[in-house]
Write a protein that binds this ligand. Structure first.
Ligand SMILES: Nc1nc2c(ncn2[C@@H]2O[C@H](COP(=O)(O)OP(=O)(O)O)[C@@H](O)[C@H]2O)c(=O)[nH]1
Ligand SMILES: [Mg+2]
Length: 692
């Protein structure tokens, strides 16, 4: 069957980690007959968790596309990780979806992951629907979870499939056509309607009223006391879901295939089709606003929402076709680079399975092999109609770790391997820190960087050790002193002679301030630049721990020279000597970086957070209300102390809290911490020397 924007639905399957997303997609796939075996997350054989790291850890780490076909609709499920370290998947996937299906465990209730997914759906203007999972586990309570959802998200939340559980069995009532079923080995058996209490009557009224609100004829029909037909219910809910007025709730047991058929019905009939949502607002090459209507006959615009850069298989770019029909071997223009890319093979993806396709229609999701310049976030356009679309911003990395290569010989490989991984992962960063002489990788949390390290090993054969990064301390002086430096060597014929007296003092400047005040030519003018150069080279290394020296003024006062033996080199060395011997007595101190922290946490966590800031030697500057019932606490903290703050804030707030940290300035390191920093710096320099 061929699909187009009228019957294709792209659904982001999101929610808290462990709420049953991957198992749901697996069950739906099995139910539609597209797989001959229902995999289990524990066995590492589901369609969506196919990456070796996902199989090893038994949890989703990146997004996976799994298309389903049901009742004339193609439903592209985008299964994303619930772990916050791997949020990238959700932010990538949302750009390709028209709706978000949020999984909530009937036992664990509404958790942060579900709330975050709902907020993202709202922010991105996508429809939403809930799936309550794990009705079979002990202490599962569908109605309690439903009340939580209503309290959190408001009255738009309306169940369309509800369970009635007795000691013997669970019967599922489909409120759309008022039928009930139980499941025997995953097969639906129709049952007489259970005696429905007040609660159910209330739910039926709620969904019926919501449907009546969507259309005038339906409104009249409802209030004249008539029952809606199944088609009318579907149409009404569909319209309500499109506008966000209705958030349907379905439920089931994925692992036992209970109510999976009803969930498929809901996806196929209640969620908006790709061509039936608000057009994407874009900007064309002339800088004018352009609405991209999702239809197969129009200038090509395909949004690249995900990139896989496998060293063996090559690069795969996942696209959502916003407009037009994508054909293999055609030319498109990349909106960001402006250059032409020739499309290679077009493929359908289902988990790790790939099949060639002669076309990808508007509204559909597929992948393109071997694009050279294209990255995630780019749009492949018809040459005559280049458009830009604003993407949802990815979360920014907040945890940095230093990376040390375990094996010699990998120095040349690491940078290109990291570039590959960064092509896939817009929340990963890598750089060489020239000040601390360490390679640094940054990401969303410890697990994220741990997986990056595992991938470096598995895909590129590079073993790394991750450690807390060194801090870029600085050094300065507190006293004004005079220092002498004399470089004198007599080796046979031509000797070397340079002699300077320099006054050093603190000054408010990052750069060295150099002046001269020499009387009577004791140091000839032509050697001044050599003295300055000698000092500039020297201040790269402070006298306490080898960190760069800042805030230093040097005035050349006096010295002497030799008509034959003096040279630029000799004066450079003399200046260095004066610096190294003199500055030890100039009250040298270490400076540490101070950063401005903005921490967003729920009301109930503000006290703990402020206490923690104090513990980490920070100063709280103030607190203000932020969005979503959060408070933002502003503080200044020593950067050193904030290394593992990501982990702290996540556990304090169960993942609700987040923060930004920006460098503000340098301040003197408390004396009592100095000796430890000096010792560690010496150790690092010694190790480095040994390695080289
Ligand atoms: N009993 C029961 N277990 C389930 C159900 N759905 C998922 N699970 C289990 O819950 C765990 C997490 O499921 P998974 O699909 O990986 O959750 P995800 O992190 O949201 O993708 C796995 O051990 C599943 O086998 C369900 O309906 N009933
Ligand atoms: Mg999963």
């Amino acid at each position: 069957m061929s699909y187009n924007e009228k019957n294709i639905k792209n659904v982001l399957v999101a929610g808290h980690s462990g709420s049953g997303k991957t198992s749901l997609v697996e069950a739906l796939l099995f139910k539609t007959g597209k797989s001959d075996r229902q995999g289990r997350v524990e066995d590492g054989n589901t369609a969506a968790d196919f990456d070796p790291e996902e199989i090893k850890r038994g949890v989703s780490l990146s997004s996976a596309v799994v298309p389903l076909e049901h009742d004339g609709a193609k439903i592209n499920c985008i299964d994303v990780p619930g772990l916050f370290d791997f949020e990238l998947g959700m932010y990538e996937g949302i750009m390709a979806a028209e709706a978000v299906l949020i999984a909530v465990s009937a036992r664990d209730g509404l958790q942060v992951g579900a709330i975050k997914a709902f907020k993202l759906a709202q922010k991105a203007g996508k429809s939403h629907m809930f799936y309550v999972s794990k009705l079979d586990v002990e202490n599962a309570d569908f109605y309690k979870v439903f009340e939580e959802m209503k309290a959190q998200f408001g009255p738009s939340v309306c169940p369309v499939v509800v369970p009635v559980t007795t000691d013997k069995e669970t019967v599922y009532i489909d409120l759309v056509d008022m039928k009930s079923y139980k499941y025997e080995k995953g097969v639906a058996v129709e049952m007489p309607m259970p005696a429905t209490g007040h609660r159910l009557d209330g739910l039926i009224t709620a969904i019926s009223e919501a449907v009546a609100e969507t259309d005038e004829t339906l409104f009249e029909k409802y209030f004249s006391g008539e029952q809606f037909t199944k088609e009318e219910m579907r149409k009404g809910i569909y319209e309500g879901v499109k506008t966000g007025a209705i958030t349907p709730v379905v439920c089931g047991v994925a692992t036992k295939l209970e109510a999976m058929d009803l969930t498929l019905d809901a996806l196929a009939h209640l969620l908006p089709s790709a061509g039936d949502v608000e057009p994407v607002t874009a900007e064309n090459a002339k800088g004018e606003a352009e609405e991209i209507m999702c239809s197969s006959d129009g200038a090509i615009a395909a949004y690249v929402f995900k990139t896989v850069a496998d060293p063996f298989v090559g690069k795969l770019s996942y696209v959502k076709v916003l407009r037009g029909t994508l054909k293999p071997d055609s030319n498109v223009v990349n909106n960001r680079t402006g250059s032409t890319e020739r499309l290679g093979k077009l493929i359908w993806v289902s988990g790790k399975k790939q099949t060639d396709t002669p076309a990808i229609n508007a509204g559909d999701i597929g992948a393109i092999t071997k694009l050279t310049e294209t990255k995630t976030g780019d749009i492949l356009c018809a040459p005559s109609n280049i458009v830009n679309v604003e993407a949802v911003a990815f979360p920014t990395p907040t945890l940095s770790m230093a990376l040390r290569l375990k094996q010699k010989g990998d120095e040349g490989k690491i940078s290109s391997a990291m570039q590959r991984l960064m092509e896939e992962d817009g929340t990963l960063f890598y750089k060489m820190d020239n000040e601390t002489l360490q390679q640094i990788m940054s990401g969303l949390g410890e697990q994220h960087l741990d997986v990056v390290a595992a991938k470096l090993k598995a895909k590129f054969g590079i073993e790394v050790e991750l450690t807390q990064p060194r801090v870029a301390y600085r050094e300065t002086i507190r006293k004004k002193i005079k220092a002498e430096g004399k470089h004198k060597k007599q080796t046979g014929g031509h000797g070397q002679f340079g002699h300077v007296i320099i006054e050093f003092e603190p000054v408010d400047s990052e750069e060295l301030v150099f002046e001269e005040n020499v009387f009577g030519g004791s140091v000839p003018r032509n050697f001044f630049p050599a003295v300055e150069k000698g000092l500039r080279d020297s201040i790269k290394f402070g006298v306490l721990a080898g960190y760069p020296m800042v805030g230093l003024k040097a005035t050349l006062l006096d010295g002497s020279y030799h008509p034959v033996d003096s040279s630029e080199m000799a004066f450079k060395l003399a200046a260095g000597l004066a610096y190294r011997t003199g500055l030890k007595d100039a009250g040298p101190v270490l400076l540490e970086p101070i950063s401005t922290l903005k921490a967003y946490v729920p009301d109930s966590n503000t006290g703990d957070l402020m206490g923690e800031v104090n513990k980490r030697r920070g100063r709280v500057l103030g607190m203000n209300p932020a969005e979503d019932n959060m408070q933002v606490i502003e503080a200044e903290c020593p950067t050193t102390e904030m290394y593992d703050f990501t982990t702290y804030i996540r556990s304090l707030t169960q993942g609700r809290g987040y923060f930004t940290l920006e460098f503000a300035r340098y301040e003197q390191l408390p004396q009592m911490l100095e000796s430890k920093v000096i010792e560690e710096a010496k150790k690092f320099i010694d190790n480095k020397a040994e390695e080289e």
